[in-house]
Design a protein around this ligand. Structure first.
Ligand code: FAD
Length: 372
């Protein structure tokens, strides 16, 4: 591929820039196998919307394997409620296919219209409905993966953790059999909240309600940017009629919540973090973030917060990570380690990752320099 065209593939949504040896767009699984067998180093790319630099090629050494053309959907089984999808299928395309059958894939992101199933599995995405449906891996029966020799293997649930959430360092996910859920008619409420302490109380109560599928938090800065009043807000989605906003009003609220990312990025907050904490540590962490002036939103129902840092604020990140660890939280709840968070991975976790990497990718071919 020509150098100037390659530039698109040398960056992801984290804006971390690298450089590629080449970029290839295989159109079939057979082609993936032959590219992998020949290349020395491979970086896997879905839609490139990752926020940790995971699909960015490094030092001109990696061949970028763009999976976007491997995008067939088939073998739908209505009795078992399963469907087989290739890795490059875009989530919205899958949902449109399933909606005709009155079914859906229940994991939901704010960028459904671009992200690929392969990227979602590799990151084991939690997404906004995780409070009810858990992570992507909870909805997978098996995955087909290609190893460094170009061989194809089917991995069932017992071996899924070698691939789901491993950010592409263990092999290429080429296909998956997904479990499905009945299509829901959803409603929502937008709740204005006086204080951070009250947020905690409301979230605890909402989590007891099985009809609640999403509890997202907006701090005062983000609310104001979304043209709400300068207050804390919770966006709560229900899978029954309990939400006050229905039909078009529900759609409008969801559309507003989808705008959070573009709002923060347009305001220059280009580094979006994703730590995960217990709800009882929320007030303390938010107090610290507000103290240093960092706008924050997140999937508070599962304890994931997204503080948004501008260039000048990035100096606060190491201190925030220390605080998160001291309070027993995880430094990455959903965006992964990629390149950006390698230095924050604990020694114990690193040893486990190295072992899995050696076992699954003995040629050390995939996503070298990521996660470990
Ligand atoms: C506007 C916006 C909203 C977002 N919302 C959310 C959100 O709500 N929740 C959330 O968790 N994340 C969110 N993200 C982050 C990102 O979209 C997710 O991580 C998504 O799953 C990445 O999918 P992708 O297809 O773009 O993968 P890429 O960014 O291309 O890749 C992500 C990682 O997966 C690996 N990979 C990709 N395809 C394969 C494959 N076939 N086999 C093996 N490894 C592979 C890559 O090497 C890389 O490490 C958001 C990002 C943006 C820009």
């Amino acid at each position: 591929m020509k150098k100037d065209l390659m530039k698109v593939y040398e960056i992801d949504a984290s804006r971390f820039k690298g450089s590629a040896l080449d970029v290839v767009h295989p159109a079939t699984i057979m082609e993936v196998r032959s590219v992998v067998a020949r290349a020395k180093r491979i970086v896997l790319r879905g839609a490139g919307t990752g926020l940790a630099g995971g699909c960015v090629p490094l030092n001109g050494l990696d061949v970028v394997l763009d999976m976007s053309k491997i995008n067939q959907i088939g073998n739908f089984n209505s009795e078992r409620r399963t469907v087989e999808v290739e890795a490059g299928v875009i989530l919205d395309d899958l949902q449109s296919y399933l909606a005709k059958k009155n079914l859906e894939f229940p994991v939901n992101l704010l960028n459904n219209n671009v992200c690929t199933i392969g990227g979602m599995i590799a990151m084991d995405i939690a997404g906004s409905r995780a409070v009810k449906y858990g992570k992507t891996s909870n909805w997978i029966k098996w995955v087909d993966v290609v190893d460094g020799y170009g061989n194809l293997h089917r991995k069932g649930v017992t071996e899924l953790s070698d691939y789901a959430g491993m950010e592409g360092i263990t092999g290429v996910i080429v296909k998956a059999c997904l479990k499905l859920s009945p299509l829901k008619k959803r409603t929502a409420s937008l709740i204005k909240v006086e204080s951070l302490e009250e947020v905690v109380l409301i979230v605890r109560n909402l989590k007891r309600n099985p009809a609640v599928s999403m509890i997202d938090f907006l701090d005062k800065k983000i609310s104001k940017g979304l043209e709400l009043t300068k207050d804390y807000y919770l966006i709560v989605e229900y899978e029954d009629g309990s939400g006050l906003l229905k039909g078009k009003e529900y759609e409008d609220l969801m559309e507003m919540s989808d705008k959070v990312y573009s709002f923060v990025v347009n305001k220059g907050y280009t580094r979006i973090e994703d730590f995960r904490i217990m709800i009882d540590k929320f007030v303390k962490l938010m107090g610290w973030l507000e103290g240093v002036g960092i706008p924050t939103f997140g999937h508070i129902g599962i304890g994931i917060l997204h503080p948004c840092f501008g260039r000048d604020d990035e100096k606060f990140i190491p201190e925030m990570m220390k605080l998160v660890k001291r309070l027993g939280g995880q430094i990455s709840g959903e965006y992964g380690v990629g390149i950006l968070k390698i230095k924050f991975v604990e020694e114990g976790d690193k040893r486990i990752l190295i072992n899995v990497k050696k076992r699954t990718d003995s040629l050390n071919k995939f996503n070298v320099g990521k996660m470990i």
